[in-house]
Design a protein around this ligand. Structure first.
Ligand code: IMP
Length: 176
């Protein structure tokens, strides 16, 4: 396995605090409504599982698998669907939950793909956004942290498949 030199970028307690705030915002927005919370695999699964537990309203869970990095640290610019939703979303409130928006290509692809299915509403959520890395305009309704254009791992985010299980977000100091 790659041994990267990591430095803590966002500590576990700070992540939990932010996730709880985001959950409270979504609870308020979807009070007395039903919504489908869509987890974008693989990177969002840790953030997603914490976030849905801080949303106090009726939600069902769906999973959408996409791959855009294919193990690298640069987006390939092509989005490949690896797992589609298991239910139609027409007429439903949908909350799309992403780990990180880098170039914006994946989020734009996901938005277009879900909007084409005619949901009643689509709310986009990302834990992290790298505004300097955006290559296409991309508006996100709810963002946890804006970060510089550095590669980060942990809390679901990987480098070559590893480091997803770190309980905090780390910056990588030494790429080979
Ligand atoms: P985008 O299409 O360039 O915005 O890339 C989005 C996807 O790339 C995210 O869903 C992540 O899976 C991955 N990604 C982007 N930046 C990072 C990073 O710093 N670390 C790990 N994965 C990243």
């Amino acid at each position: 396995m790659n041994k990267l030199k990591l430095s803590t970028y966002i500590a576990a307690e700070d992540l939990q605090k932010k996730v709880n705030e985001m959950g409270a915002t979504l609870t308020k927005k979807f009070k007395d409504k039903k919504a489908i919370a869509v987890c974008v695999l693989k990177g969002s699964f840790v953030f997603y599982s914490d976030l849905i537990r801080s949303i106090d309203t009726d939600i069902t869970c769906e999973f959408f698998g996409v791959s855009s990095y294919q193990g690298n640290t640069q987006s390939s610019g092509e989005v490949k669907v690896t797992l589609d939703l298991s239910v139609p979303i027409e007429g439903e409130h949908v909350i799309l939950i992403e780990d990180i928006v880098d170039t914006g290509i994946t989020m734009n692809y996901l938005k277009a793909s879900l909007l084409a299915r005619k949901p009643k509403s689509l709310t986009t959520v990302a834990l992290l956004e790298k505004p300097e890395a955006l290559k296409v305009p991309c508006e996100i309704d709810l963002v946890g942290f804006k970060i510089p254009n550095d590669f980060v791992v942990g809390y679901g985010l990987d480098y070559q498949g590893y480091y997803r299980n770190l309980p905090y977000i780390a910056q990588v100091q030494n790429f080979q």
